[in-house]
Design a protein around this ligand. Structure first.
Ligand code: UTP
Length: 290
C-alpha cells in the first residue's frame, strides 16, 4: 500500500496565538512571506501526496482563497509584467488536488480527522498539522512514507524534547526497533501531556502521522477525553491494541509555529537562510545590542 492522501486539520481555534488568530486562521500566519500551511503543503507535494483534504471551520475562508485561482491578482501581475510573482501565484493554486471538509465544532484533533473519513476511504493516509514546520533535506513526510513501505503500519513522527517542555506533548512509551539506528520505536503506549516526573520518555509526538484506516471506527467510538475533545492520542492508544504502531524520529529541525516563541525562532532562522534576505537580516541582528 502507498500513501496518496493527506488530511490537514486546520479547524482549531489557535488560542495560543490570540489576538492574531481572532479573525484570521493560524495556518495563514506568514513565515517570512509564505503562510504556514503552504510550507506543509509543499512538504506533502515533495513527498508525492496527490490529494489533500483540509479540515476547516468558521473563519477559515482565507485558506481556501489562498489555494484557489485569483483571477484579479493574476491579471494585475500580468499587466504589470511581474512574471516571477505571477508564476509563484499560479504555482500555489496548481500545486495539488485540494478539497475541503468542515468541522462544525472544534471537538478535537481526533474529531477533525474523523470528518475527513469520506475523503480518505479505506486506505492508509497522512495527517499533517500546520503548526509544525519542519526544515529538512528530505521532506519529513517523505521519510515517513519510505518507512511505511517497509513497515506497512501506522507511524507517528517524534522528536526529543527537554523535560521542562514534555508536559505540553503527547509522549511515547516504546522500545527501539532493531536495525533502524535508534530512529524507529515500537510504540507500547502514548500518554497525553504527562507531568515531567511521570513522562514515559522524552519522545514527544509532533504533527505528522501516517495512519491506517482502522483509526476511523476507533475515533467514532472514542468518547471525549480531556477537555471534552476527541483526542487523537486516545484513538492511537486503542489502535495499538489491534495492530502495531511505530514512532519515527525524523531527520530535520522542527519548529512549533503555533506557539509565539516557536514562531519567532522559525521566522529568524528561515529569514537567515533566504538568499535575498539572509545577509541584510544577519547584519541587522548583529547591529542590535543584545
Ligand atoms: P492544537 O492543539 O494546536 O489546537 O491543534 P489549536 O486550536 O489549533 O491551537 P491552540 O492550542 O488553541 O493555540 C492541533 C491541530 O489540530 C487542529 C488544529 O487546527 C491544529 O492544526 N484541530 C484541533 C482541528 O482541526 N480541530 C479541532 O477541533 C482541534
Amino acid at each position: 500500500m502507498q500513501i496518496r492522501k493527506a488530511v490537514f486539520p486546520a479547524a482549531g481555534l489557535g488560542t495560543r496565538f490570540l489576538p492574531a488568530t481572532k479573525a484570521q486562521p493560524k495556518e495563514m500566519l506568514p513565515l517570512v512571506d509564505k503562510p504556514l500551511i503552504q510550507y506543509v503543503m509543499e512538504e506533502a507535494v515533495g513527498a508525492g501526496i496527490s490529494n489533500i483534504t483540509i479540515v476547516t471551520g468558521r473563519g477559515k475562508n482565507a485558506i481556501e482563497d489562498h489555494f484557489d485561482v485569483s483571477y484579479e491578482l493574476e491579471q494585475l501581475l500580468e499587466r504589470r509584467g511581474k512574471d516571477d510573482l505571477l508564476k509563484e501565484i499560479r504555482r500555489i493554486s496548481n500545486m495539488v488536488n485540494v478539497s475541503y471538509v468542515r468541522q462544525k465544532e472544534a471537538l478535537g484533533l481526533g474529531h477533525a480527522i474523523l470528518v475527513a473519513k469520506h475523503s480518505i476511504g479505506n486506505e492508509p493516509f497522512a495527517v499533517m498539522l500546520g503548526d509544525d514546520i519542519i526544515d529538512s533535506e528530505i521532506p519529513c513526510m517523505k521519510q515517513m512514507m519510505d518507512l511505511f513501505e517497509k513497515l506497512q503500519a501506522s507511524i507517528i513522527a517524534t522528536c526529543e524534547v527537554p523535560a521542562s517542555e514534555i508536559s505540553q506533548y503527547g509522549v511515547i512509551r516504546g522500545y527501539p526497533l532493531e536495525g533502524f539506528g535508534n530512529r524507529v520505536y515500537r510504540v507500547q503506549d502514548v500518554v497525553e501531556k504527562p507531568p515531567a516526573a511521570e513522562a514515559p520518555s522524552n519522545l514527544a509526538i509532533i504533527g505528522r502521522y501516517i495512519l491506517t484506516p482502522e483509526i476511523f471506527p476507533i475515533l467514532e467510538k472514542t468518547r471525549s477525553g480531556s477537555g471534552g475533545e476527541i483526542q487523537l492520542t486516545d484513538g492511537i492508544r486503542l489502535l495499538l491494541e489491534q495492530q502495531p504502531v511505530y514512532a519515527y524520529m525524523f531527520e530535520g529541525t522542527r519548529y512549533d509555529a503555533g506557539d509565539k516563541l516557536g514562531f519567532l525562532k522559525a521566522t529568524v532562522e528561515f529569514t537567515l537562510k533566504r538568499q535575498d534576505l539572509g545577509e541584510p537580516f544577519r547584519q541587522y541582528l548583529k547591529s542590535l545590542s543584545l
